[in-house]
Design a protein around this ligand. Structure first.
Ligand code: SF4
Length: 336
């Protein structure tokens, strides 16, 4: 039993756990009061702050004591309401990453390994004897190369070796998945949210997108769903697989983007190493290799799990480039 999680100061660090929801329910406060009453102005401010920090990708630990713990705790469901009310996919991803990284920092600071073990159980993951069930390993490993590749890890009886550092990283992904779970907002709550001034959030969101509009001759809205998905992963600061980066780089280059612009677009990825990225981009675009690579076909994209939510137009094509060309031509013809 995590007796610590009866302590609201501790609980405020992990507000996505069911214990936090139960704690809030015991306090008997409703969504309406939280979104409207002056007594919850500070909690709303904390929730607002969480969103701005998510967009700016600045995860941080809050100072939490007896006086602030309840407001910090309910700032989490408030921020989730803001995110799902705004309904922007980029924001949803950034928010989930923010909460996951924030909890990761707190977990890293936990002195007791027993707490981390119990916490893992609360997240449905058994971390014991520096091992983790391979099903969870596969589900939550941040990528499948280097130290995370299953063939580079010891596997015994369906359990994969995972030291505390690895276990925390897996937990971070599990938290991200939990925070990403959708919520339904009823009409009444929607009206209350509509009365709040969220303009700063909208303005920050649009600032983060400006780089998409800057590249002349490139039409991001006409990108196929798979490439839009890779962009949103990059913008949300998620790791994109090696094959994903290859496909994206080759696609951008094929539609006329230069190496320097591609590097700027790839810049936000967390494992970005400028030297390595430059080498890869210049190789794919033919600057150093003399061979310009084409993006993979739809079949290959599917094999690598990179085909994402194909739409009606996808049924008529076999290559992501054809999708873009058809879309561009259609738009061009409509404008004539
Ligand atoms: S069908 Fe092709 S173009 Fe459409 S999302 Fe899948 S890979 Fe991309």
């Amino acid at each position: 039993m995590i007796t610590d999680l009866k302590d609201p100061v501790k609980l405020a660090r992990y507000p996505f756990l069911p214990e936090a929801t139960e704690y809030i329910q015991r306090e008997d406060v409703g969504v309406e009061e939280i979104l409207r009453d002056d007594g919850f102005a500070r909690a709303r401010e904390f929730g607002f702050d969480r969103i701005l920090s998510s967009i700016k990708n600045e995860p941080r630990m809050d100072f939490i004591d007896e006086r602030t713990c309840f407001d910090v705790m309910i700032a989490y469901p408030i921020s989730k309401l803001f995110v799902w009310y705004i309904g922007d996919n980029f924001l949803k991803k950034r928010h989930a990453i923010f909460e996951a990284k924030r909890a990761f920092q707190y977990l890293e600071n936990e002195k007791s390994d027993d707490f981390v073990k119990e916490f893992s159980r609360k997240m449905g993951i058994e971390w014991e004897n520096n091992e983790i069930d391979f099903v969870y390993y596969l589900k939550y490993a941040p990528n499948n190369y280097g130290p995370w590749k299953l063939t580079n890890s010891k596997l015994f009886n369906g359990r994969v070796e995972a030291d505390k550092k690895k276990a925390l990283r897996i937990l971070q992904e599990a938290i991200r998945a939990r925070v990403s779970e959708p919520i339904r907002i009823d009409e009444k709550t929607r009206d209350l949210l509509g009365n709040l001034d969220l303009s700063e959030i909208y303005s920050e969101l649009s600032k983060r997108r400006i780089h998409r509009k800057k590249i002349e001759g490139i039409s991001f809205p006409n990108f196929p769903p798979c490439m839009k998905h890779i962009i949103s992963e990059i913008e949300a600061n998620l790791n994109v697989s090696h094959m994903g980066r290859f496909a994206f780089t080759a696609f951008l280059n094929s539609i006329g983007m230069r190496s320097e612009e591609i590097l700027k677009t790839l810049f936000p990825t967390p494992d970005f190493n400028e030297e390595v990225a430059r080498y890869q981009v210049e190789h794919i675009t033919g600057v150093t290799s003399g061979k310009k690579y084409s993006p993979p076909s739809c079949d290959t994209m599917k094999t690598y799990g990179l085909c994402f939510e194909p739409d009606n137009l996808c049924r008529r094509i076999k290559h992501p480039l054809n999708y873009y060309i058809l879309k561009m031509n259609k738009n061009f013809n409509e404008q004539k």
